[in-house]
Design a binder for this molecule. Structure first.
Ligand code: GTB
Length: 221
């Protein structure tokens, strides 16, 4: 009988977020914690990420990656989906509810994340451009508009579609990218939604584990 393999993921050796859990290994760690799957982490430097050995796992030379037995995956959404498909806890058993949860996974990555990333890249990389002051409000309006739509759909529910799912997991990690922008706070139910996700024990374990890489202190047992 084949021995069960412990999945190995990759993460930044030195995350530029200084342990705030904003890099995309966080969503993979969280998914693994939600389903109770132990995992190993291989830390990679920015240089190592661009080497052929890492590019064999990740064509774009990025983190996270996921290796389990003879399977190697890249793209955090695909990895979370794989974890959710193989283990109970992140996708409903009912076929229609499952399809809707998957739709929310795509919505998080394809509809909500892009305007948040556009704003993030602009504030990080384009601050010195003459047109930055004119462009920022345009980008923030787009984020605000998208958040308004999401907020209206969420209403006073705890999660996007019934029980917590991989759709919520991805959406919460996407919304966390707005930390410090003041944009999320304009939608009280979305702030509460993110706080609800962050309060989950599995989230806390994942957060502590990635933070320990930055602080150099092992997470609590
Ligand atoms: N679509 C891919 C996925 O979802 O997996 C995107 C992967 C990706 O962008 N990976 C980033 C990376 O490896 C890390 S997460 N970058 C290195 C490179 O491209 O050379 C993005 C990220 C980086 C830093 C912060 N931060 O400092 O707050 C947040 C998020």
């Amino acid at each position: 009988m084949a021995l069960p393999t412990t999945p190995t993921i990759t993460a930044f050796e030195r995350s530029p977020d200084r342990g705030r859990g904003l890099a995309r290994d966080m969503r993979v760690r969280w998914a693994l914690e939600e389903v109770g799957q132990a995992y190993a982490v291989r830390l990679v430097s920015f240089e190592a990420m661009k080497e052929p050995a890492h590019r064999a796992l990740h064509p774009f030379g990025q983190i996270p990656t996921y290796e389990e037995g003879d399977l190697a995956l890249f793209e955090s959404g695909a990895i979370v989906f794989h974890i959710a498909e193989r283990r109970a806890g992140l996708l409903p058993a009912d076929a229609n509810a499952r399809a809707r949860a998957i739709a929310w996974m795509f919505a998080a990555l394809n509809t909500v994340e892009p305007p948040i990333l556009d704003r993030g890249f602009a504030t990080l990389l384009e601050r010195d451009k003459t047109w930055f002051a004119e462009r920022l409000p345009i980008l923030e309006d787009r984020v605000h508009g998208r958040l308004g739509e999401l907020s209206r759909r969420l209403g006073d529910a705890d999660w996007l579609d019934g029980a917590f799912s991989a759709g919520d997991l991805l959406m919460v990690t996407v919304l966390r990218r707005l930390e410090g922008s003041g944009l999320l706070e304009k939608h009280a139910n979305l702030s509460a939604y993110v706080a609800r996700g962050e309060a989950r024990p599995a989230y806390q374990r994942a957060f502590d584990a990635q933070r320990a890489v930055f602080t150099g202190t092992p997470p609590p047992p």
